[in-house]
Design a protein around this ligand. Structure first.
Ligand code: HEC
Length: 134
């Protein structure tokens, strides 16, 4: 079993059989995170997110700094978690706990919370069905 899993994993990394790769990774419990890019796990601050945040009084430089904190400080004990994996409510419980684990200072924490909360909220907004016109 060990060897089969290893081979399949090597296949996944080396081949273009993306569907098989995702399937195998899901089965061995590595989950989709195994095939996710950084941009999928922690979306960059694009125009959509920047506008969404700006309309709520949050500037995109803060979000950029927060993303950097997230990507550089949150992968020492475990790998980066896809932001979409947890609801906004869950993040609001998890993030302060993990900021303490990472020994972030107040400004790093504030920037990271802003990035996590606004980007997570924005994911729900863009995932919501567009209301029908009639
Ligand atoms: C000092 C080690 C350490 C650092 C640094 C760390 N974590 Fe964690 N993290 C853990 C441990 C241990 C767990 C699993 C136990 C738990 O949930 O407390 C965990 C779990 C998590 C979870 C899953 C929580 C759940 O409820 O399933 C998330 C999300 C997370 N960390 C995010 C972060 C973020 C964001 C950062 C950066 C601010 C971070 N971690 C930095 C040790 C760390």
């Amino acid at each position: 079993m060990q060897i089969v899993v290893k081979n399949e994993f090597a296949n996944c990394l080396g081949s273009r059989r993306v569907v098989a790769c995702v399937f195998v990774l899901a089965i061995v419990g590595i989950g989709l995170a195994g095939c996710m890019t950084t941009a999928q796990m922690a979306p960059p601050v694009g125009p959509g997110l920047a506008e969404f945040a700006s309309a709520r009084g949050m500037d995109s430089q803060t979000l950029e700094r927060g993303r950097r904190v997230y990507l550089t400080q949150c992968n020492t004990c475990h790998s980066i978690e896809p932001i979409e994996r947890y609801s906004l409510a869950r993040w609001k419980l998890i993030a302060p706990e993990m900021a303490a684990e990472s020994r972030l200072d107040d400004s790093e924490s504030a920037d990271m919370f802003a990035y996590l909360y606004y980007s997570r909220q924005f994911m729900d907004v863009i995932a919501a069905p567009v209301p029908s016109a009639d």
